[in-house]
Ligand binder design. Structure first.
Ligand code: ATP
Length: 235
């Protein structure tokens, strides 16, 4: 579904990603793990077209994304749930969901999808007309995921979905991620510092260190790897 080869990207003259290559099979959850400053958010931004790629290639379902804008990438089926969620705080929950569907046209289909989102995220139903700024961290993360799903993505990029959430809420968020994959076959790339949870739901994972992939493998193999345990799972 996604093929990334020798991706170099960064900010101005600062190169943060030094030739990243990885693949995401259709229907898989792939985790990209790394500590603070490893380049995880930069990778998400480069994949979703928010910063330019200096060199290398990104293909979605066989189609090169090249220098396509973020909006064109969204239309191609690549949606990002950004770090910190980036909700429209002064808009309501419903309006945020509608914003997620801005590339689509059928009013009836959009309304139908809002209903589906509210079934999947019942908390949002009770908060439908509340401003997004008033949501709790967990509700906000659900809304950010719901908003991204409203674009009908083929591939969902999640940038640190556990960030800033209480452990019990993190569990719920990861359950949702697993359900979306299992029940709807959604292909997911998950960027996380929280290696425990990420390796629990992912099929395979890549370890990003200083802007390079230093290790990759099946999630179960990496979970058993002593270096991974020591560096990313608190021993
Ligand atoms: P975190 O978990 O802290 O978000 P990360 O793995 O997502 O870490 P990035 O945010 O991708 O890491 O940052 C990688 C490097 O790029 C860091 O050295 C950071 O200082 C730098 N960087 C990030 N954003 C910018 C920016 N807008 N301009 C310049 N440098 C940046």
């Amino acid at each position: 579904m996604l093929k990334v080869e020798q991706l170099h990207a960064g900010y101005g003259s600062l190169e943060v990603l030094h030739g990243i290559s990885f693949e995401v099979p259709q229907g898989a959850i792939v985790a990209i793990l790394g500590s603070n400053g490893a380049g995880k958010t930069t990778l998400m931004r480069a994949l979703s077209g928010l910063i330019p790629i200096k060199s290398g290639s990104v293909e979605l379902a066989g189609k090169p994304l090249g220098r396509l804008s973020a909006e064109r990438r969204l239309r191609e089926g690549l949606a990002l749930v950004p770090e910190g969620r980036d909700l429209f705080g002064s808009l309501t929950v419903r309006e945020n969901l509608l914003m997620g569907a801005y590339t689509r046209h059928s009013h009836a289909e959009i309304e139908h999808d809002i209903e589906r989102m509210l079934e999947r995220f019942p908390r949002l139903k009770t908060r439908l007309h509340a401003h997004a700024a008033s949501l709790s961290g967990g509700e906000g993360q659900m809304l950010a995921i719901g908003r991204a799903l409203m674009s009908h993505p083929r591939l969902l990029l999640l940038d640190e979905p556990s960030h800033g959430l209480a452990p019990i809420i993190v569990e719920t968020v990861f359950e949702v991620i697993e359900q979306l994959n299992r029940e709807e076959g959604l292909t997911i790339v998950l960027v996380e510092q929280n290696a425990h949870q990420a390796l629990d739901v992912a099929h395979s994972a890549y370890i990003l260190q200083g802007g390079s992939i230093v290790l990759n493998g099946e999630a179960t193999t990496l979970t058993a790897n002593s270096a991974v345990q020591e560096l990313y799972m608190g021993g």
